[in-house]
Design a protein around this ligand. Structure first.
Ligand SMILES: [Zn+2]
Length: 482
């Protein structure tokens, strides 16, 4: 068996394990990362972080691949292709499929689809907390753990009752796995259509209160504090946290030493509720000097029609102040990871009135572009952004990834990396997306940081077509796959 050879000369390397970035070169021989060389002095002249960047392959803690049950929206194969196009080499599928991933045979089905796809992207999965995600009885958690799930979640919904969540934290903790909680108090969000606030009021949509996330996070943290006394291995991971209030609670809990981790999504970092009205500016451009959201109508920021179902998502897009709070949480380490909550939907489920549309954004291919927009706006450093896409999620997963927590640019290991060009912009179009889900409000927009190459486990997962200007930035020889 032979793998690909790749030489990348005079590029910007980001190694989050070493906490280091700078000019360098890498050599991949036969799929193995043979040499990582840091350049200095005259050799490094002219190489900076605004051009071609090489980082370890990204890890996504939260994706919806829709198989089994809703293959019109996505399949394991199309989802893994989308991941590779987005620079991701490890993804964790959520269990809200039909049937739900609540016993090992469903996991086996998903795994065989991944194998059949031929993709080298690593597919991991979370098992359901409750049987059928019904919230009533616990799923076969021990069997699921034996089969290799990396956590448990009833995502799409919170775990319905506090007493079941309490038991689940204890069982999962004894198995060494986290509960991945979608924090939403359903009694506060019934009929809610978009984030509560001025925009919802003007548009006449039912508001989705910040308190619905806050109370659910508080519930989870209170139960965790209780359970961890008897089960030291208990762990809570709060996914797609979207409000400053909830992040403040998590910050306090971490300061007290509670074993809680959390992730934020690219869309909650970069977009805000005014997108529902038709604004299309990034969250940090929609605030005044005090960090309060500006009026998009007074600002003449409305450039698209209102009520686009592509911006309907759960949790909803919040006000710009919350987006800034998510960015602050990433900067100070309260948020461990950026997870995409990639939620592809078919047109049938999205081409309906706003309040009826399915929740979710097809986001794994645009995640890097949104994160780099935050870096360009100096909301995040490039190194911190890469950490949140690599070492951060790896720490949540522990040794259950193929890379066993080693996500740096490690000589001698199978190449697992992404190469992107920050100077190259690309337009988000339905055709440009490998995902079957074209439901993104970014269609027609330009993003920077086109992915040129994604290598997973020593194989090429994605390679961009040769640039039309005839320049060759990457030389590679596709290996024969055996
Ligand atoms: Zn969710």
């Amino acid at each position: 068996m032979s793998g690909p050879d790749v030489d990348l000369n005079r590029v910007w390397l980001v190694d989050p394990v070493a906490g280091r970035e700078g000019p360098g070169e890498i050599v991949v021989t036969d799929g193995v990362l043979k040499a990582v060389t840091w350049l200095s002095g005259a050799e490094a002249d002219g190489v900076d972080a605004t051009g071609v960047v090489v980082a370890p392959g990204f890890i996504d803690l939260h994706v919806h691949l829709r198989e089994p049950g809703n293959e019109d929206a996505e399949t394991v194969a199309s989802g893994l292709a989308a991941a590779a196009h987005g620079g991701f080499t490890t993804v964790c599928a959520m269990p809200n499929t039909t049937p739900a991933l609540d016993e090992p045979s469903v996991l086996a089905r998903v795994r065989s689809a991944a194998l059949a796809s031929g993709s080298p992207v690593e597919l991991l999965a979370h098992g359901a907390v409750t049987a059928g995600r019904s919230g009533e009885t616990l799923a076969a958690m021990g069997e699921l753990a034996d089969a290799g799930v990396v956590g448990f979640s009833d995502d799409g919904s919170p775990v319905r009752s506090a007493s079941i969540l309490r038991s689940a934290l204890a069982y999962a903790g004894a198995l060494g796995l986290p509960i991945v909680e979608h924090a939403e108090d359903h009694t506060l969000t019934e009929g809610a259509e978009m984030g509560e606030g001025v925009v919802a009021t003007v548009l006449g949509l039912r508001g989705w209160p910040v308190a619905a996330e806050f109370t659910a996070v508080a519930r989870g943290l209170a139960l965790l504090a209780d359970v961890v006394v008897d089960v030291p291995g208990a762990r809570l991971h709060l996914t797609h946290v979207s409000t400053g209030e909830a992040l403040d609670l998590i910050r306090l809990a971490r300061a007290r030493g509670l074993p809680v981790t959390c992730d934020v999504t690219p869309h909650h970092l970069a977009l805000s509720d005014e997108w529902v009205a038709g604004a299309r500016r990034f969250a940090w451009d929609g605030v005044d000097e005090e960090g309060a959201a500006r009026d998009p109508w007074a600002d003449r920021a409305i450039v698209a029609g209102p009520y686009a179902s592509s911006v309907r998502v759960n949790p909803p897009l919040r006000c710009a102040k919350d987006a800034l709070a998510c960015l602050a949480a990433l900067r100070d380490g309260t948020a461990d990871a950026i997870a995409t909550d990639h939620a592809p939907h078919s047109d049938v489920d999205k081409t309906v009135e706003f309040g009826q549309a399915a929740n979710g954004i097809s986001g794994i291919e645009t995640a890097l572009g949104l994160v780099l927009a935050a870096v360009d706006a100096e909301q995040l450093t490039l190194l911190r952004a890469v950490e949140a896409l690599t070492t951060g999620p790896a720490a949540v997963l522990g040794d259950r990834t193929r890379r066993a927590g080693v996500v740096g640019l490690v000589e001698g290991a199978p190449a697992d990396l992404v190469v992107f060009d920050r100077s190259e912009r690309w337009t988000v179009t339905a055709d440009a997306l490998a995902s079957r889900g074209k439901n993104t409000p970014l269609l027609g927009m330009e993003l920077s940081g086109r992915v040129l190459l994604t290598m997973a486990n020593g194989r090429i997962a994605y390679e961009a077509p040769t640039p039309t200007d005839g320049q060759t930035r990457i030389t590679s020889r596709p290996g024969t796959l055996t």
